[in-house]
Write a protein that binds this ligand. Structure first.
Ligand SMILES: C[S@@+](CC[C@H](N)C(=O)[O-])C[C@H]1O[C@@H](n2cnc3c(N)ncnc32)[C@H](O)[C@@H]1O
Length: 355
């Protein structure tokens, strides 16, 4: 059987392996967009037009994980809204809805919430898949999601079926080297993105905003040529080495394919433009503050461990995780990533307005 649960939250808790301490790559981009977030809220968010009697503003972060990035993103939105409506007689109150899969570590999320947020907003946990409604109709004024929508609702059909032309061979992710596999991933991504946006269109009020931040591929660049793709292929090679030693099996690897898809920039833009419930106000490539700095092997190993811990543990068993990432660290030392030669993912910032 291929991996059956479709929910793989980031590494939980607050020990050294937790997403909390291994998400600074994503955080750098969220922080780097603080100014942009404020500016676009100022330009595009007309609270008075929305509802002149409004006293409570509702914000939702979809795929929030366990922090700290979600707290930063939410704070930038609140700061943006506050700066646009400084002269209100009755100050606005804020409610923030933190959404993620039910097996996300919500206890750690709320336990590590910054003290400063207490007087700033009221917090709510919203467990459930964002590939469907998780909040009441017409209830959210500003939605946000970062580094989450590339996670698919399931492994695309046939990529783990050895008899299918869309079989992903011994690769463990969509590296764009097999055309039928790319097609299968793309079909699933298109379906999931549509479901995501249809659900948000119901939840977000007319004139409300949806901010989407994420990573995709530059046009014409296969994932296998990016440093991120190379590292994930290396994780696959480490699993193969472990299968040869009997720590796992080739059969388990054949049935494993990570449900993550990075579209190319224009492909994503075309998809988004099709959704009639939103206008695409802005979509741009943003520079990543760390993009010209070669990352250390330790940094990459810890980051990928935090992201893939749950899916690896569920499919291959807890016992495989430590050895797998030890081996990845060693492989990266033996075959260092050539950051000059490798291509990069691009980071994008997208602003949608509910019609
Ligand atoms: C890489 S983390 C990003 C976390 C945070 N937004 C950030 O920018 O650092 C991706 C998150 O999306 C969540 N996620 C993936 N699929 C989801 C779904 N269908 N519904 C809700 N959350 C989902 C994962 O559980 C994970 O916490």
């Amino acid at each position: 059987m291929s991996t059956s649960s479709h929910s793989y939250p980031m590494s939980s808790g607050d020990d050294q392996h937790s997403y909390i301490y291994n998400s600074s790559y994503q955080k750098a981009c969220i922080d780097g967009n603080e100014e942009k977030t404020r500016r676009y809220i100022l330009e595009k968010f007309d609270l008075l037009n929305l509802n002149s009697d409004l006293n409570t503003l509702n914000i939702a972060d979809f795929g929030c994980s366990i922090g700290p990035n979600t707290f930063h993103a939410v704070q930038y939105i609140i700061d943006g809204v506050k700066s646009t409506h400084e002269n209100r007689l009755v100050p606005l109150e804020f409610q923030v809805f933190f959404n993620d899969q039910p097996n996300n570590d919500f206890n750690t999320l709320f336990r590590t919430q910054p003290a400063s947020s207490k007087g700033e907003y009221f917090s709510f946990g919203v467990p459930g898949s964002f590939h469907g409604r998780v909040l009441p109709r017409n209830s959210i004024h500003i939605g946000h999601t970062s580094y989450a929508t590339h996670w698919l609702s399931e492994i695309p059909e046939h990529v783990c079926d050895k008899k299918s032309p869309a079989w992903n061979n011994y690769y463990i992710h969509c590296n764009n080297l097999i055309e039928d596999v790319t097609k299968a991933y793309k079909v699933q991504f298109t379906k999931d993105m549509r479901v995501f946006l249809e659900a948000r269109a119901e939840e977000i009020v007319p004139e409300g905003l949806m901010i989407i931040l994420g990573q995709c591929l530059p046009d014409g660049v296969p994932h296998s040529e990016t440093w991120q793709g190379v590292v994930v292929d290396m994780i696959g090679d480490c699993l193969m080495d472990m299968a040869k030693l009997g720590v796992t099996t080739v059969e388990a690897i054949e049935l494993f394919s990570i449900p993550v898809y990075f579209p190319q920039f224009s492909e994503l833009e075309r998809e988004i433009e099709q959704y009639r419930s939103f206008t695409l106000e802005m979509m741009e490539i943003i520079s990543h503050p760390l993009e010209d700095i070669p990352l250390s092997n330790e940094f990459m190993t810890s980051m990928f461990r935090a992201i893939f811990y749950t899916i690896i543990k569920e499919h291959f068993g807890q016992g495989v995780v430590d050895e797998l990432f030890d081996r990845l660290a060693k492989k990266l030392t033996k075959y260092p990533i050539d950051f000059k030669k490798c291509k990069k993912h691009v980071n994008y910032f997208m602003l949608l307005k509910r019609k």
